[in-house]
Design a protein around this ligand. Structure first.
Ligand code: PEP
Length: 255
């Protein structure tokens, strides 16, 4: 198997944007633009928008995800939402380990692992984010950081469960900054993640495994990034808030 037989996944991460009414309107605008996609199309939205998003996406090829989930099934965790609750609501995907969670909300490799475990237990599909900071990049330790984050997150995950996980390589310095990894670097580091998956599981599992790139991917640079053999789609922040731009990225992944 190779890129030609791995279906790309283009996922939007709306972050803390859009009310339920704005969610419905944006998805209504996106639906006709992405309906012929030859890739999976996912929108990860704030908890409060999930029902509006699922309603608006009904009958379309757009799948809906959350932006995080807690590791416990229930309990005294004010403000949190469990994987079990997401599953009960009909949510299909969840982003775990986004760098903004790691940076601003104290997420560690261990809590990321615990959240992955909880999501898998509930049958959710996981978009697991890994990526180096600018300092780590300058120190030349990107590969080590990616391998460490990947290995800890996947501890105890079976090869069967791995089929429900996508990894998004997201250099922290590229998220929301307008700076993008070169297509060559995205390909190289996505390849390092794939090699790590091969080491942990099998060559077959790694070949079938989807590794996205995320970090200022937009309508202009998507085609080049997505042309690389190890770039199986993208996790898109800013550009996923604009129907036209998001659809151009979806089209670039559908070639
Ligand atoms: C993201 O939030 O995962 C992301 C990649 O954001 P942006 O595309 O805005 O850099």
């Amino acid at each position: 198997m190779n890129k030609a037989t791995r279906k790309a996944v283009i996922a939007g991460n709306w972050k803390m944007n859009n009310t339920p009414a704005e969610t419905a309107a944006l998805i209504d605008a996106m639906k006709p633009l992405v309906k012929d996609a030859d890739c999976d199309v996912v929108l990860c939205v704030p908890y409060i928008d999930l029902f509006a998003a699922m309603d608006a996406a009904k009958g379309s090829n757009i799948k809906i995800g959350a932006e995080n989930c807690h590791w416990a099934e229930k309990g005294a965790f004010t403000g949190e939402v469990s994987a079990k609750m997401l599953n009960a609501c009909g949510v299909e995907y969840v982003i775990i380990g986004h760098s903004e969670r790691r940076q601003y909300f104290g997420e560690t490799d261990v809590t990321v692992h615990d959240r992955v475990r909880a999501a898998l237990n509930e049958g959710l599909k996981v978009i697991l984010c890994v990526g180096e900071t600018e300092t780590e990049n300058e120190q030349g330790i990107t590969a080590e950081v990616l391998r460490k984050q990947t290995k800890i997150a996947l501890q105890g995950v079976s090869e069967e469960e791995l089929k429900s996980i996508i990894i998004a390589y997201e250099p922290v310095w590229a998220i929301g900054t307008g700076k993008t990894a070169t297509a060559e670097d995205a390909d190289k580091y996505n390849g390092i993640i794939r090699a790590c998956v091969a080491e942990l599981y099998t060559a077959e599992a790694a070949e079938a495994f989807t590794v996205q790139y995320g970090g200022s991917m937009n309508a202009k640079n998507a085609a080049e990034l997505l042309s690389k053999v190890n770039v199986d789609g993208g996790l898109i922040g800013g550009a996923s808030l604009k129907a036209e731009d998001f659809s151009i990225i979806v089209k670039a992944a559908s070639i």
